[in-house]
Write a protein that binds this ligand. Sequence first.
Ligand SMILES: [Fe+2]
Length: 224
Amino acid sequence: MSLVHSEENNNNGKVCEFAFYKHLGNKLPVVNTLDDLIRELRELFDSDKINVEYLNYLMKSYKSRPADWKKYAKFDRCRYTRNLVDRGNGKYNLMLLCWGEGHGSGIHDHADSHCFMKMLQGSLEEVKYAWPKCEGEELQEIARTKLELNDTCYINNSIGLHRVENSSNIDTAISLHLYCPPYDQCLVFNKNTAKTTVSTVTFHSMYGKRLKDNDKILAQPEDN
Ligand SMILES: [Fe+2]
């Protein structure tokens, strides 16, 4: 399986949603519900070549409806949580991340995975950083984006590093993430020194069922 871009795009994290249009024979799928989105994603990943713009289009087409996803939305008082929605035949993980007030991730990479993200509730701030040239130097911020309801974004290691934060002290936030291929470890960076630590990731819940601490399985990155 490989991810490919439409010819009109480059790999800079900004995608033109309709650059893939000709690949579909001018027929666009209907994505009204989260189940529609899951179905279309599974169908897309039946192919060996995944068009990045089309995947982004699917994520963007779905308009958040809390009734669709509330069974997956499980919060923790102390930190953001990762809640598995679909394993995508082992080719990708689709999950809800639930961010309490003030919760944020560390600055992290994404292994060899592609990360697609969509806002389902509230807002988040994404801060991107350039890869450090050497250990000991402060990480350089290259972009800062406020993500509002239904916004999408995309990152992989060729674009840089990022951290995500719910800066609100009043509102929670929920985002939908697709990681392909799935990964269970990533690097977390110290902002001042670029020193890295390996972070292993776990799920807070799977398919709407909360996991006990002892049962937590690998599959959740970007922690510190
Ligand atoms: Fe991330």
